[in-house]
Design a protein around this ligand. Structure first.
Ligand SMILES: Cc1ncc(COP(=O)(O)O)c(C=O)c1O
Length: 389
């Protein structure tokens, strides 16, 4: 058994990030400033989009996106129940109703066929979530949105490196939100980015991300001197700091290199579990580039004598940390009690929700760490196999 606990999702921070953060601290300019704008430029070039606006979270990005496209009181927004609470919480913050539709069992992403069936005259937007880094079926989703005049806001918290056919994620839907939270493939501690090719939405999101005060408000304490500013909207405090951007610049510069490590570990897991009918490995559809954010196994409960939570506990006893992505959101107290969702509503999401376990995948890990995870999973499977003593 492994001697120390293997933390799930710990980030790989290198000397370049440490030096850049120290340089930021010494510069005296900690808040939104030159490094944030450099990070935005780098990210815009990486995605190949027109605008990138750095924020303090992906949640902020999703909220701003819904705001500027005009989602408000009484509207409906379609999304998946297999996501983090933030995706649906921001819909509620706008006074709108989150309308969940079921997922595909294999990709675990929202099922476009079911989107069309859930559209009503009140539907304003769809938020597809590229779960674990696997892009949703964007051709179908964009087609439905066009036919029904809906806005598409992509939740790409897991999908910085992803492509769908020949399109980079961040350049497909109307607005895309990315996360740079600690566990994410690009990490700034807390942080996020929105991308869009729409000039007026970009301008409005930038202004609203900093209190709704006029455009270059971050410069108001710079050498250029005080510039009179006006409040144009009742905005938010969603701007990124240069301390965060200092991390992001170097994290982004290494994202492709790190992806190769993630791909290698992914392959190690796939090969190691190929002979275990108790484990369902992640599916990868044709024509996509997976961002390899989460290596998520599904337990074949028909062949195991324990449930998912017990399995996670057994891995923890082997000193292996794991994640759950996710417990279906319609089963959470707030969503059940407020919107009347209940078990049985979305069978595929519930099936995934009951079986899913994310294994450690960070490029910070060594091959030996991955082998420890593999050994632990195989040991737990052997101990929990139906019919095992
Ligand atoms: C699918 C998904 N959407 C949104 C978020 C929110 O990201 P952030 O923590 O940057 O606000 C997360 C965070 O884990 C997520 O997993």
């Amino acid at each position: 058994m492994r001697r120390d606990f293997l933390i799930f999702g710990s980030p790989l921070i290198e000397e370049e990030e440490i030096r850049e953060v120290a340089d930021t601290l010494r510069s005296g300019w900690l808040g939104t400033g030159p490094k944030t704008h450099r990070f935005e430029d780098d990210f815009r070039r990486y995605i190949g989009c027109k605008h990138a606006i750095a924020l303090n979270s992906c949640t902020a990005g999703l909220h701003l996106a819904l705001d500027v496209v005009g989602v408000g009181q009484g509207d409906e927004v379609i999304t998946t129940p297999i996501t983090f609470a933030a995706t649906a919480n921001v819909i509620v913050h706008r006074g709108a109703r989150p309308v969940f539709v079921d997922i595909e069992r294999d990709s675990m992403n929202i099922d476009p066929v079911r989107i069309e069936a859930a559209i009503t005259p009140r539907t304003k937007a769809v938020i597809p979530v590229h779960l674990a880094g696997h892009p949703c079926k964007m051709d179908e989703i964009m087609g439905i949105a066009q036919r029904h005049n809906l806005v598409v806001i992509e939740d790409a918290a897991h999908a910085v490196e992803a492509w769908y056919r020949d399109q980079k994620v961040g350049n497909i839907g109307d607005i895309t939100a990315f996360s740079f939270y600690v566990t994410k493939n690009v990490c700034t501690g807390e942080g996020g980015m929105v991308t869009t090719n729409n000039d007026s939405w970009a301008e409005e999101m930038r202004i609203k991300s900093l209190h709704g005060i006029s455009k270059d408000a971050w410069k108001r304490y710079s050498a250029e001197g005080f510039q009179p500013y006006e409040t144009l909207y009742p905005g938010y405090k969603y701007n990124m700091m240069d301390i965060q951007a200092a991390l992001g610049i170097h994290q982004l510069a290494r994202v492709e290199e790190n992806l190769k490590v993630r791909e290698w570990y992914w392959q190690m897991y796939n090969e190691a579990f190929a002979d275990l009918p108790e484990i369902i490995a992640p599916v990868e559809k044709e024509g996509i580039r997976h961002a390899r954010h989460l290596y998520t196994i599904l337990l074949n409960l028909d062949r195991l004598s324990v449930g998912r939570n017990h399995f996670i506990e057994a891995l923890r006893a082997e000193n292996i940390g794991t994640g759950i992505h996710f417990t279906a959101l319609h089963l959470h107290k707030y969503y059940r009690e407020t919107f009347g969702y209940q078990r049985g509503g979305f069978p595929n999401a519930e099936w995934v929700s009951d079986r899913t376990i994310s294994l450690p995948l960070s490029p910070k890990l060594t091959e030996e760490d991955i082998r420890d995870v593999i050994r632990a999973v195989r040991k737990v499977v052997a101990g929990c196999r139906k019919g095992a003593l």
